[in-house]
Every structure is written in C-alpha cells, then in structure tokens.
Design a protein around this ligand. Structure first.
Ligand code: SF4
Length: 495
C-alpha cells in the first residue's frame, strides 16, 4: 500500500496575511510596481491585484493566483498599463485594490489587516448617511470597501485615514493611490510593517510591506513608518500627515515564521533573528543528535543557528523541489494542499536511515503535520526524532491579523490538551500557568504533546529567549499568541 505523508508546515499554518506595494515616480513605473508586488507573493496565495494612474485615468486588474504565480497572471496587464504611480497587493480574502469615487475624488485603495468589529462599522456607516456596499459572494461586505467608506466619512484623506485607524478593532494598514500621489498608513500599533524606499536615479519612491521587495529595483531604505504613522508620498518626496504614536506592538511572528528571510523590520533582519533564536534554543539544550535540520522554509535559519551553536552538523534530510513548485502555488482546498505539500518535499534516505535527527520547526499549531513528519522519518529508518519548535507553545489564536484560516483555539494542540485536563472553562490565570516554562502544568502539557505526536523528545523555545532573539524592547512586541500580551498599552477594545 502506498502511504503519503505531508511534510510542509505551510499547509496548516498557511499564511493568510497579504501584503502591498506602491510606487510614485517621475517616470513610467509599471515594472517597478509589477515586480514589487510579486515579491510579496509569500504572504498570500489567493488573489493579486494592481492599479495604476496613467493616461487613461485609473486602470486596475485583479486575478486569482491560486494556480499560477502573480507574474504569470499579470504579464499581459502590465504590458497594457501605463503610468507614473500605482499600488498593488497580494490578498487572501477580498478582491483588491478597489477603485473608489467619492467626494474626496477618485482613488484606488489596498489594505492589509483584520476588522473584528465589521458589523458595528457597517451599522455606523448606514447610520451616518445613505451608504451602500457592493455585495460579495455569501452576502459578505468587502472589508477594504468598508475601510474606504469610513475614510469617505471625513473631509480629507488625512482625517479619514486617521478616523479609520481609530475606529477599527483589529489592525489596518492602508495604501491609497490618488491622482496626486500615495497615502500610506501603518496600523495603529504597528503590527505589520511599512517601509518607504527611494530610487534617486529614476526619481521614484515606493511604499512596501516587505523591505527587501525594492532592493533589486534600485531603491534604498528611506524610512520605516512608525505605529499609526500616515505619510503622503509624491515623486518629489514625502510628508508626514500624522506622526507615529509611541506604543508599538509589532507581530513577533513576522520574524519567527511569515516574514521573508531577507526582510528587516524595526532594524532586525529575519534571517539573523532566526539564527539567533536557534542559537538560544541550543544553549539550553543537551540533545545528542547526529544532525540538525529545519522544516523548510522557515525552520531552516533557526536550524542553522542551532547547529552553529551546538556543533551538531546541519543537514537537509528532506529537500523542497522548487523548479516547478513555487511557494505561491498553494490552493485553498485542504486535500489539494496536502497533495502539493507531499509532492514538494523529497526525502534523502542517506541522511535519515539509522540517524538521530533533531528537527527545528518554527512552531507547532495543530501538531498533525509534525506527527506525520515524524512517522515518515521513523518509517524511513530514523532512529530518533527530537523536535525543537523555535517559539513557545501557542495558547491563543491571533485576533489582530488574518494570520490563519483557523476559527477555533481548540485547533491548537495545547488547548486541546488543556481542555482534556481542565475542562471547557479555563481561566486566564490557569492558562498563564500553562505558559510558564517553569510550571508543572507546562512540563506535563509538553510531555503530553510529545507522547501524542510520538517524538523522542520535545523542547520548545522560551518566550524570553525568543524575544531576546528579536532584540527590540519586549514592550514593543506583540506576544499575544503565547502569553496574551501585546494587545496595547490599555484602552483598546481588545484589553
Ligand atoms: S497574536 Fe501572534 S500572530 Fe497575531 S499579531 Fe500578535 S504575535 Fe502576531
């Protein structure tokens, strides 16, 4: 009987974030826009979109990118487009960018974020005036259209953007393309990044979620927007429309998992942070494995750091087949994703048979895939499989970003085990005891995960080590997934 296994972490921790990119230039800039958006393809798998302001006014294209990469899908559109300014995005939820006509003028808008109080905001919009929304499938309202309607309630883009940031519960970073230039607004607590780049030789500015997306296009870093900061950008320069606020809660998972290795947030490069994270993990460990491996892709840099610190050789006992399986090819259907995941990764028998393997993954969510991976390694002849997640046990679902499609915290293996031990109603106090790496509850929960997933040993990274690896003040990081801290400094709807 042929048995298939799924090895790709991305399948069940699929990134549903989205990202955006915008350019404004003294010259034609459609290819800067095209490649800049394409470099955000790791942040989503469903839709891509681009809008430009050119000789025909606003032009826009949106495509499904589930079965084909962004570049392939937009090749023809970009050839037809023209203009000196544009925005675009990768979006796993609503189609965008949207083209809006309002009393503020015509504009295109793209967003990255999550709205928890969508119904309330829709009710408010109806109460304010004769608002209407285009209905999407399933009677849903397009959240980006809702953001536009909130902005339109004010007398200027600056006021409207600030108002949207104020009333949205969740997080919302916004890009707006007008005839005169671009507005970029980073979400109020800076959970997601926005970088401003400049290319002096072409007279262009770009605005980007990922800081690496413009390097090969000849841009240099100009400025990282602060939390809640709003800027207006033209080909001549930029002006701050609203200054950054003091409180920041940037998402720690950017470094742990979904940020691209070449990106830098708040001055900290993702690859370097992962190396450091692995180093700190190794410092507290005493496993005697034959080799250290990372679950591709995000586990690899953590594993390199671990290997360098521990002296245990780094190796790749399974390798991704990249020529025909780009990461962006990840359909929404679970069975198709499972199939693609197992087709993408190929085992190396010589590095598995008879070996004691130490495998580093960025995190454990449900545990299903790590159990299957471990089973696969045992059946391929591995003697031992030691698992070392680069972050602590996940105890809470993200309520700030569309980080995962999961809708229940009981998808988390930790919460299922805690439920078995404590019942349905578990207080925050009890949960925080399970988050404490020195508690008995923590130790027993980790051992139960180890038994259920059939690992030889399991040791999670500690929260203090993980945040130390980032290296910025702990107060500026969102660590809500692990300890329910990171909501804000008080006073928001999530506290
Ligand atoms: S809850 Fe987790 S995934 Fe969400 S913003 Fe905070 S650290 Fe990031």
């Amino acid at each position: 009987m042929i048995k298939f296994y799924t090895l790709d972490i991305c399948v069940w921790k699929e990134v549903c974030m989205g990202g955006f990119f915008g350019v404004v230039s003294k010259n034609e800039c459609k290819y800067d826009l095209f490649f800049g958006i394409d470099y955000h393809s790791h942040l989503g798998t469903r839709r891509g979109g681009m809008a430009m302001y050119g000789s025909r006014g606003f032009d826009r294209a949106i495509h499904n990118i589930q079965n084909s990469p962004f570049r392939t899908k937009f090749e023809k559109d970009v050839a037809d487009f023209d203009g000196r300014s544009g925005i675009g995005c990768i979006s796993d939820y609503e189609p965008q960018p949207l083209l809006i006509q309002s009393h503020l003028g015509s504009y295109a808008i793209a967003t990255v974020g999550r709205i928890n109080n969508l119904d309330e905001l829709v009710r408010n919009a109806f109460a304010v005036g004769k608002t209407q929304f285009l209905e999407m499938s399933g009677s849903n309202i397009n959240p980006t259209e809702l953001v536009a309607s909130i902005i339109n309630q004010k007398d200027s883009f600056a006021e409207g953007l600030a108002f949207a940031e104020e009333v949205i519960d969740g997080s919302m970073s916004i890009l707006i393309l007008t005839e005169k230039g671009l507005y970029a607004a980073r979400d109020l607590y800076g959970r997601t990044p926005i970088m401003l780049g400049v290319n002096e030789s072409t007279g262009s500015y770009c605005v980007s979620f990922e800081s690496f997306a413009y390097i090969n296009l000849g841009y240099k870093d100009k400025k990282e927007l602060g939390p809640g900061e709003i800027v207006f950008v033209t080909a001549e320069g930029f002006e701050t429309v609203r200054p950054a606020q003091e409180t920041m809660k940037i998402c720690t998972f950017l470094w742990i998992y979904y940020g691209y290795p070449t990106s830098t947030y708040e001055g900290v490069n993702v690859e370097q942070m992962r190396n450091e994270c692995g180093r700190l993990l190794a410092q507290r460990d005493d496993a005697a494995a034959d080799l250290v491996a990372g679950v591709p892709d995000s586990g690899t840099a953590h594993a390199i750091g671990y290997s360098n610190a521990s002296g245990i050789p780094f190796a790749r006992p399974f390798i991704k087949y990249t020529p025909t399986w780009p990461r962006s090819f990840m359909p929404a259907d679970q069975s198709q994703r499972d199939l693609i995941a197992r087709m993408k990764l190929i085992p190396v028998d010589a590095l598995i048979r008879g070996k004691s393997l130490l495998l580093i993954d960025d995190s454990i969510v449900r545990g299903t895939q790590m159990r299957e991976t471990t089973e696969f390694l045992y059946e391929s002849g591995a003697r031992e499989v030691h698992i070392r997640p680069a972050c602590p046990p996940l105890l809470y679902g993200c309520r700030f970003l569309n980080f995962s499609r999961s809708s229940s915290e009981y998808d988390l293996i930790t919460r299922r085990i805690i439920k078995e031990r404590e019942g349905e109603d578990v207080s925050d106090e009890v949960l925080s005891d399970y988050a404490d790496p020195d508690s008995v509850n923590y130790r027993e929960m980790v051992d139960e995960i180890r038994k259920q997933l059939n690992f030889t040993s399991l040791r999670f990274n500690r929260l203090d080590d993980m945040t130390q690896a980032v290296g910025i003040s702990r107060d500026k990081l969102c660590t809500y997934c692990w300890d329910k801290r990171g909501c804000c400094s008080g006073g928001c709807k999530g506290c």
